[in-house]
Design a protein around this ligand. Structure first.
Ligand code: ZN
Length: 220
């Protein structure tokens, strides 16, 4: 047990240094730096999610990690502006979008966004599949796809205020509300997640390195 606990400590301190290195990049004024830092923060979250739940698929384990290990404070909430602004509702979503728009209005405060269970209590459990993709944990994966696959932020996420805030927030623009996830918000999420993951690994007695060192063959 002593050995496993030491390996978890090594794993955590390795990633603490990784997070420090990514943080140090903030000193750069280059336009690409926030995108690069965001990609690296997502890589950390995905590495931890993969070590926590190695048998699950990428998105599934990423979302599960945010809820069950990191206990991200926003994970449970459903973004009403993202839901109501969804311009391509699948036909079967139409009914619940109407219900949601009768109960909720566009609010520019994330604390007005309901938790999934509270929303389902209002609109019915049958709509879980319609609204769950708009939970913050799922939206973070969508955001990750934008940044990782396109090397750019969606919308106007490079808002100047984003450089200071370490919380997600809505930015009114034209007649819409844009969800902004500042780099500092991801940095905070990663620091918090690593501490939670360290405790989670110790609680479950899991060696995060697994059989990595014996992987001379790269095919799974
Ligand atoms: Zn529905």
């Amino acid at each position: 047990m002593g050995t496993r606990s030491k390996r978890i400590d090594d794993y955590t301190s390795y990633f603490e240094r990784v997070l420090e290195n990514i943080g140090d990049m903030a000193a750069s004024e280059d336009r690409a730096t926030p995108v690069l830092r965001t990609i690296l923060y997502f890589s950390c979250l995905e590495a931890w999610a993969g070590d926590a739940f190695p048998r699950q698929r990428n998105k599934e384990r990423f979302v599960k990690f945010l809820h069950e290990v990191a206990e991200w404070e926003y994970a449970d909430r459903v973004s009403i502006p993202q839901l109501l602004q969804c311009t391509k509702p699948r036909a079967e979503n139409e009914h619940c979008l109407q219900m949601v728009s009768k109960i909720y209005t566009y609010e520019s405060k994330i604390r007005s966004d309901p938790k999934l269970d509270d929303l389902l209590a209002e609109i019915g459990i049958a709509c879980k599949a319609c609204v769950e993709p708009f939970q913050f944990s799922h939206l973070l994966w969508d955001y990750r796809n934008f940044v990782v696959h396109r090397f750019e932020f969606p919308g106007r996420a490079t808002d100047v205020k984003a450089k200071k805030s370490d919380m997600p927030y809505y930015l009114p623009c034209d007649n819409a509300l844009e969800l902004i996830l500042p780099v500092a918000c991801l940095q905070k999420l990663c620091r918090h997640s690593l501490a939670k993951f360290d405790a989670w690994l110790k609680k479950h007695g899991i060696d995060p390195f697994g059989d990595l060192e014996s992987k001379t063959c790269w095919k799974r």
